[in-house]
Ligand binder design. Structure first.
Ligand code: SF4
Length: 209
C-alpha cells in the first residue's frame, strides 16, 4: 500500500511581525473594527516607510497560519486586514481559505508589487513608484490609495486612476512626515479634481495602532 504523502502547502506558515485588534485608520474602511495581521518582508524601499521594522522577513518568526487564524477567532472580529511589509510576497491562499471558512471579511493593503494570491473582499492598492504593481491587480482593486509626498505624485495617482475600474474608491493620503507641507496642496487638488477623496491616518490621531 502506498504511504500517505504529506503535502506542505505554501502559506501554511507566515512571517508574522505583529497582530492586533484595532480600527482601520485609513482609506474607505476608516473607523471599521478589524484584526490586523502584519507580515514581514518588503523590498519596495519607500523612503518614508513607517514600518521599516517589517522589511527583513528573517527577523520575524514563521508562525503557523492556523495559529494566526486561532487568534483572529479569539478576538471576536468579523474582519481581517492583511498588511506588511508587502504581504503579497507570500502565498495567502491558505490564510484566506481558512478565514472564509469562518465567514471573516478579508481585506488587503498592498503595493501590488508581487503576484496576487488569496481571496479578498476588499483590495486596497497603494502603488509605489520604486516598484510598480505587476499584472492587472488594478482591474480588481476596490480602492486606490496613493501616498502624496510632493506634487509630482499627483501625476502618478492619475496614471493609476486611469487604470482602475470605474467604481474603485480613490484616495490621496499625505505622507505623514510632510503632512503640514503637503496637505494644502492635496486640499486644492481635490477641490479641482473631486473624484478623489483625502485619506488621513486617523489611527495616529486616536493613538491606536
Ligand atoms: Fe514600507 Fe509599504 Fe513601501 Fe514596503 S511598500 S517600503 S512596507 S510603505
Amino acid at each position: 500500500m502506498a504511504e500517505k504523502m504529506e503535502i506542505e502547502l505554501p502559506g501554511y506558515k507566515l512571517p508574522l511581525v505583529e497582530e492586533f485588534f484595532t480600527l482601520q485608520g485609513e482609506g474607505y474602511q476608516t473607523g471599521r473594527a478589524a484584526y490586523f495581521v502584519r507580515l514581514g518582508g518588503c523590498d519596495v524601499g519607500c523612503s518614508w516607510c513607517d514600518s521599516r521594522y517589517s522589511w527583513n522577513p528573517d527577523l520575524h518568526p514563521l508562525v503557523d497560519t492556523d495559529k494566526i487564524i486561532e487568534n483572529v477567532l479569539k478576538s471576536g472580529t468579523d474582519s481581517v486586514v492583511v498588511t506588511g511589509g508587502e504581504p503579497l510576497m507570500w502565498d495567502l491562499d491558505y490564510l484566506c481559505i481558512k478565514l472564509k471558512e469562518h465567514n471573516i471579511n478579508t481585506f488587503i493593503e498592498t503595493s501590488g508589487a508581487y503576484k496576487l494570491s488569496g481571496i479578498w473582499d476588499w483590495i486596497c492598492l497603494s502603488p509605489k513608484k520604486n516598484m510598480p504593481p505587476v499584472g492587472k491587480i488594478y482591474e480588481i482593486s476596490n480602492e486606490l490609495k496613493v501616498i502624496i509626498q510632493n506634487t509630482d505624485d499627483f501625476a502618478w495617482a492619475e496614471q493609476y486612476r486611469e487604470l482602475v475600474k470605474k467604481d474603485c474608491k480613490l484616495f490621496l493620503q499625505p505622507e505623514w512626515s510632510r503632512f503640514h507641507l503637503i496637505i494644502p496642496e492635496i486640499v486644492e487638488y481635490v477641490k479641482k479634481n473631486p473624484y478623489w477623496r483625502v485619506s488621513l491616518q486617523s489611527h495616529k490621531y486616536m493613538h491606536i495602532p
